[in-house]
Write a protein that binds this ligand. Structure first.
Ligand code: CU
Length: 142
């Protein structure tokens, strides 16, 4: 009788250690996944959104509306020498900051505007430093 109980206890302890092993592997997996996630996103610049409704224009004066935590159009191509004006219409303050520092507006409020002449061809990725979900692309054509 006592022998049987002892065997049962041994079986239970084996099960417990196996459960512990599985739990350890799961916890370790979660830690590795979290660590790699933070390592990957840590100092990286914001990711570009999927290109939606790209606008290509030959106009020399082009507006980008800043509203609802977004730039519209998000993806704009203008001719070399064009003036782009960001018009701030959101209730929240925003700015226009190029990823590599090519240009940077002040943080502006509803009703404000910020203009810049683009004489250098290239692709400029910009975002709002206050809201990293706000991502825009400006292409200055040759
Ligand atoms: Cu913002």
């Amino acid at each position: 009788m006592a022998k049987k109980r002892k065997a049962a206890r041994r079986k239970k302890s084996f099960l417990a250690s196996r459960t512990f092993l599985v739990a350890s592997v799961v916890v370790l997996g979660v830690i590795i996944a979290a660590a790699s996630f933070f390592a990957f996103t840590g100092d990286e610049k914001p990711k570009r959104p999927v290109r939606t409704k790209p606008v290509v224009t030959t106009e020399m004066q082009v507006d980008v509306i800043v509203d609802n935590l977004d730039y519209t159009p998000r993806d704009l191509t203008v001719p070399k020498g064009a003036t782009v004006t960001w018009k701030f219409q959101d209730d929240l303050p925003h700015n226009v900051t190029e990823d590599r520092g090519a240009f940077e507006s002040d943080t502006l409020q509803k009703g404000d505007e910020w203009s810049r002449v683009f004489d250098t061809p290239g692709t400029f990725y910009y975002y709002c430093t206050l809201h990293h979900i706000m991502l825009g692309t400006l292409v200055v054509a040759e």
